[in-house]
Design a protein around this ligand. Structure first.
Ligand code: C2O
Ligand code: CU
Ligand code: CU
Length: 489
C-alpha cells in the first residue's frame, strides 16, 4: 500500500520504442537531435502538506517538490540529455543539487559557487546527460539544514540501457523527521549541541513518505530494492530477517554482487544501496526489517508481507551483476596525493582548541548562527551552506588521478561526500576494500582512515562535505578545485 507508488514492473516501453524507431528508420531520413527531443521535466519548489503520519494525524506542513514528499521520482535514460526546469515558490533562495550525478560543474546546484541562487519567483534550467545508470537523488544546496529538513528531496533513477532481469524494481526512500505532538516539523534547526554530536536525528521514520506499513511481496520473486537515505543525520543499519540480500550497487555504481558485512546494510545520510533480494519466505509470511544502528535503539522499520499466492519459482538463478558504468579508471602509479584531516566536535582533541572554544561558547545549547566553527578539515572551518567566495582547499590537476587519504580524528561518524565524481574506495584502516568499490559518499566511523581515488576529469569547483547536514553547516565542508580556471558565477 505505502510502497505502491514506488513498485515498478520491469518497463516494457523500451522495446516498443526500439521497435517504432526501427520501423521509422526504414523510410525517414536520419533525424538530427533538436531541442524538442530533450526529455524535459518541471519541478516546483513550494510549501505543501503531506499526510505522512497516517490518517489519525493531521497533515504535516512541508517544503516540497511539486507538493509531495518524496519529490517526484524522475526516471531518466542513461546517456540521454535531460532538462529540468525548477521554479522557486519558496520565500527564500534555493537550488537543486543532483547528488552523485557526474555532470558539468555549472549544473551542480551550489549557490554562489556553480550558479546564482534561484530567487523566490524565479526559475533555473538544469540540463545534463547522465553518463551512469543507477540510483541517485536530488536536494537543495541552500539553507539545506532547513530545506532538506522540511522535506525537499527526491529520487533520480537513471535507467540501464537494457532492463535488468528482476521481477520487481522497488524503491524505499528512507528518512526520519523530528515531529511535534501536533504532527508538525519541530523548529530549532541548527542546535549547537547536536551539531557537535550526531546531528539532528529525528523521532519518526517514513518510508516513501509514510509511516511504514507492511511491504507487499510475492513468494519466489527476485526484487531489486533501491534504498536511499535522505535523512539529515540518521545512520541506518538494516537487517532483513529470513532473507539474504545481495548488494549490487553502492551510491548508484554497480559493484561485484556481495553479501553485506555482518548481514547488515549500513546506510548513512545521502547513501544509496541497491539490493537483490530473492523472496524465499513462505506465502503468507511476515518478515521483519530491523534497523539496529544505534545501540539500544533497535526498532522494526517495516515488514516484508508475503501474499498467499503460490511461489513463482522454486529455484533462483545466481545473483546477477549490473552492467558497469563508463567511469574513468584511476591510475594509481601516477596519482597526485592529498590528505584531508577531519577534526572537531564534542569529546574531541579540537575541543580545547581556540576555534572550538569560541564556537561552543557562543552557542552552547543554543542555535547555530552562520559561521559557528565546531568542525574543521585540515584546520579550516568553512561553514554554512554553499555560498559565494568559498576558496578551494586543494587544487587538483585536471585529468590526473587523485589519491585522497581522509582521516577522521573525531569521536563521531561522518558520511563524507564529494560532488561531481565517483571515487574508488581503496582501503579502510589499512585493509583493502573488496573490489575497490565505487562510491560518492563514504561513511567514516570514529578514527577511521580511508583512501579513495578518482580521475579529476571534470573541471570546476566541487564541494566535499559531511552529509550530516549540521556537521556541514558547522565546518565539515570544503571545496576542491579541478583545473586552475577561476569559476564564472
Ligand atoms: Cu547531497 Cu553537497 O550533497
Ligand atoms: Cu552531491
Ligand atoms: Cu559529519
Amino acid at each position: 500500500m505505502v510502497s505502491s507508488d514506488f513498485a515498478f514492473p520491469i518497463p516494457r516501453r523500451r522495446f516498443l520504442q526500439a521497435g517504432a524507431a526501427f520501423a521509422a528508420a526504414s523510410f525517414l531520413p536520419a533525424r538530427v537531435s533538436t531541442a524538442s527531443d530533450i526529455d524535459e521535466r518541471r519541478l516546483t519548489v513550494a510549501p505543501g502538506r503531506a499526510a505522512m503520519l497516517g490518517k489519525d494525524n493531521p497533515e504535516t506542513e512541508v517544503w516540497s517538490y511539486d507538493g509531495v514528499f518524496p519529490g517526484p521520482l524522475l526516471r531518466v535514460r542513461q546517456g540521454a540529455p535531460v532538462r529540468i526546469v525548477v521554479e522557486n515558490r519558496l520565500d527564500e533562495d534555493t537550488t537543486v543539487h543532483w547528488h552523485g550525478i557526474r555532470l558539468p560543474n555549472a549544473m551542480d546546484g551550489v549557490p554562489g559557487l556553480t550558479q546564482p541562487p534561484i530567487r523566490p519567483g524565479e526559475s533555473f534550467v538544469y540540463e545534463f546527460t547522465p553518463p551512469d545508470a543507477g540510483t541517485f537523488w536530488y536536494h537543495p544546496h541552500a539553507n539545506s539544514l532547513e530545506q532538506l529538513g522540511r522535506g525537499l528531496a527526491g529520487v533520480l533513477i537513471i535507467e540501464e540501457a537494457e532492463p535488468v532481469a528482476v521481477d520487481r524494481d522497488l524503491l524505499w526512500v528512507l528518512r526520519d523527521w523530528r515531529v511535534t505532538a501536533e504532527g508538525q516539523i519541530a523548529s530549532g534547526f541548527g542546535n549547537m549541541m547536536e551539531a557537535g554530536m550526531s546531528g539532528r536525528v529525528g523521532n519518526t521514520i517514513t518510508l516513501n513518505g509514510a509511516v511504514p506499513g507492511d511491504q507487499p511481496i510475492r513468494a519466489g520473486e527476485r526484487a531489486r530494492l533501491r534504498l536511499v537515505n535522505v535523512s539529515l543525520a540518521r545512520i541506518m543499519g538494516l537487517r532483513f530477517e529470513g532473507h539474504d540480500p545481495v548488494v549490487v550497487a553502492v551510491d548508484g555504481q554497480p559493484c561485484e554482487p556481495h553479501r553485506p558485512d555482518g548481514a547488515r546494510i549500513l546506510l548513512g545520510p545521502a547513501m544509496r544501496i541497491d539490493l537483490l533480494i530473492d523472496m524465499k519466505g513462505e506465502p503468507g509470511g511476515r518478515y521483519r526489517v530491523i534497523d539496529d544502528f544505534y545501540e539500544g535503539l533497535e526498532y522494526e522499520l517495516t515488514r516484508l508481507a508475503y501474499s498467499d499466492e503460490a511461489s513463482v519459482r522454486t529455484r533462483f538463478p545466481e545473483p546477477i551483476a549490473l552492467p558497469r558504468n563508463p567511469l574513468p579508471e584511476p591510475d594509481l602509479s601516477a596519482a597526485e596525493r592529498h590528505e584531508l584531516v577531519l577534526e572537531g566536535g564534542m569529546m574531541s582533541r579540537m575541543m580545547g582548541s581556540e576555534a572550538m572554544g569560541r564556537g561552543m561558547m557562543q552557542g552552547m545549547g543554543g542555535m547555530m548562527g552562520m559561521g559557528q566553527e565546531i568542525w574543521s578539515i585540515n584546520g579550516t572551518s568553512m561553514t554554512g551552506d554553499g555560498h559565494a567566495g568559498m576558496p578551494p582547499l586543494l587544487t587538483l590537476a585536471q585529468g590526473k588521478t587523485q589519491l585522497i587519504t581522509m582521516r577522521n580524528r573525531t569521536a563521531w561518524w561522518h558520511p563524507m561526500h564529494l560532488h561531481g565524481f565517483s571515487f574508488r574506495v581503496l582501503t579502510r584502516n589499512g585493509a583493502e576494500v573488496p573490489h575497490r568499490r565505487w562510491a560518492d559518499t563514504v561513511l567514516m566511523a570514529p578514527e577511521d582512515t580511508v583512501e579513495a581515488a578518482f580521475v579529476a576529469d571534470s573541471p570546476g569547483d566541487w564541494m566535499l562535505h559531511c552529509h550530516v547536514t549540521d556537521h556541514q553547516m558547522a565546518g565539515l565542508m570544503s571545496v576542491l578545485r579541478v583545473g586552475d580556471a577561476e569559476q564564472e558565477q
